[in-house]
Design a protein around this ligand. Structure first.
Ligand code: HEC
Length: 102
């Protein structure tokens, strides 16, 4: 019985990882690829980093559709990106300023 539950646990971890992967990776990778496409040094827009705003400001920003141009990301991908932004926001335990190098 114990072996079976360990197997099930291992399997569900694998399944979770696989679904995050299918969505295009984790929040940080998505942030760098989707947002970094424009917000990089020499890119179409100024560099943007999670530590520039408080967590709730990030959530509001995207919930209210404040971003000036369309972002090519699915809803699931945006959720992961917003989660990453919140985790490393200015008022978080681990603010990050250089996720996209400036
Ligand atoms: C297609 C290009 C493009 C993509 C992709 C993109 N942005 Fe932008 N973004 C812009 C442009 C253009 C502006 C307005 C000009 C500026 O602020 O440099 C802007 C403005 C912003 C601003 C306002 C600037 C400020 O300092 O308040 C934030 C915040 C922002 N983007 C975050 C993001 C995030 C997070 C992502 C990824 C989910 C993203 N952007 C993806 C082009 C893009």
């Amino acid at each position: 019985m114990k072996k079976v539950s360990i197997f099930l646990l291992a399997f569900s971890c694998l399944a979770l990882t696989a679904s995050a992967w299918a969505a295009g990776g984790d929040g940080e990778t998505l942030f760098k690829s989707r947002c970094g496409a424009c917000h990089m040094r020499g890119g179409a827009a100024a560099p943007v980093n999670p530590g520039e705003k408080a967590g709730r400001v990030w959530v509001k920003y995207f919930k209210r559709d404040r971003h000036p141009v369309e972002i090519k990301a699915t809803e699931a991908e945006m959720d992961l990106i917003i989660e990453f932004l919140e985790q490393h926001a200015a008022d978080s335990d681990q603010p990050r300023m250089l996720a996209i190098p400036q």
